[in-house]
Design a protein around this ligand. Structure first.
Ligand SMILES: Nc1ncnc2c1ncn2[C@@H]1O[C@H](COP(=O)(O)OP(=O)(O)OP(=O)(O)O)[C@@H](O)[C@H]1O
Ligand SMILES: [Mg+2]
Length: 257
């Protein structure tokens, strides 16, 4: 079981979109995937078409040790793709978790109970590096960082790399698997410059994801982009290629670790 945190403390960079579409594409490849919504905004739960107030058991109960993973996991309309939904309650979990015993390791302790049920667990994080995100990093083998090609976002990547280094003291297997460049507007030179800057300093998964309003439309309809816009839409193909490249890199690393 490979656990991947999708993280960036910057908001609105495509974390949830990336978590959903990598998960859906890996499931399409026959990998058994669990998506974990660890953001009180519950966007991942919503993007999959669910109403986050509809679950009496969700990641809040996981993080406060009030439920076991199998009490919370639901299957989605996509074969091989399961979800641990979130709810707004998770916002209060931050406080409760901060006072709990071995508070940084609660998610790891919970996910360990799944054994080898899944090939991939993909955790969608909120735009902060608080106790929930620390739990995600402690439970993970890898971090994947979606990033927009702007100068500030590029500078922000250094901070994430520092955070990964700090967490490594407690979770030595954690590493940055790569960045995914999202919402690219290829008409601007600024975007092109920053894309090359990111490539010089950080591992980048190809292809890059272009900006398209269809992503927001698909999210509003509660379905993945390939269901909304078809398998031939460029954005659908791009996430399938990204998933294949990510899977190949993980397999290669597993062989040499
Ligand atoms: N490639 C894209 N082109 C255009 N819009 C996109 C793209 N990817 C995602 N979006 C849209 O941009 C918005 C923000 O994306 P998303 O929710 O994935 O970001 P996020 O990093 O998870 O945000 P938050 O930090 O709030 O959790 C959403 O409306 C989403 O549908
Ligand atoms: Mg999000």
């Amino acid at each position: 079981m490979i656990v991947i945190s999708i993280a960036n403390n910057k908001g609105g960079v495509g974390k949830t979109t990336t978590a959903l579409h990598l998960g859906a594409a890996l499931a399409d490849m026959g990998r058994r995937v669990l998506l974990v919504d660890l953001d009180p905004q519950s966007s991942l739960t919503v993007y999959l078409g669910y109403d986050p107030v509809g679950f009496d058991k969700n990641t809040y109960h996981i993080m406060t040790r009030r439920a076991e993973p199998y009490d919370v996991i639901l299957s989605t309309s996509i074969m091989f793709l399961d979800l641990m939904p979130a709810s707004i309650d998770l916002a209060t979990a931050e406080l409760e978790v901060s006072a709990a015993f071995s508070r940084e390791f609660i998610l790891k302790e919970q996910l360990d109970k799944l054994g080898e049920r899944y090939d991939y667990v993909i955790i969608d994080n909120m735009p902060s590096l608080g106790i929930l995100t620390v739990n995600s990093l402690m439970a993970s083998d890898y971090v994947v960082v979606p990033v927009e090609p702007t100068y500030l976002a590029f500078k922000g990547l250094e901070m994430i790399v520092h955070t990964i280094e700090a967490v490594k003291k407690y979770n030595s297997k954690l590493s940055l698997l790569g960045t995914i460049i999202t919402m690219v507007d290829e008409r601007t030179n600024h975007a092109k410059d920053i894309v090359s800057k990111i490539r010089e300093s950080f591992p980048v998964f190809d292809p890059i994801v272009k900006r398209s309003i269809k992503f927001a439309d698909a999210a509003a309809s509660g379905v993945p982009i390939s269901t909304y816009a078809g398998d031939d839409f460029e954005g659908s193909k791009v996430y399938h290629m990204l998933a294949a490249n990510l899977d190949a890199k993980v397999l290669k690393n597993s062989a040499t670790r």
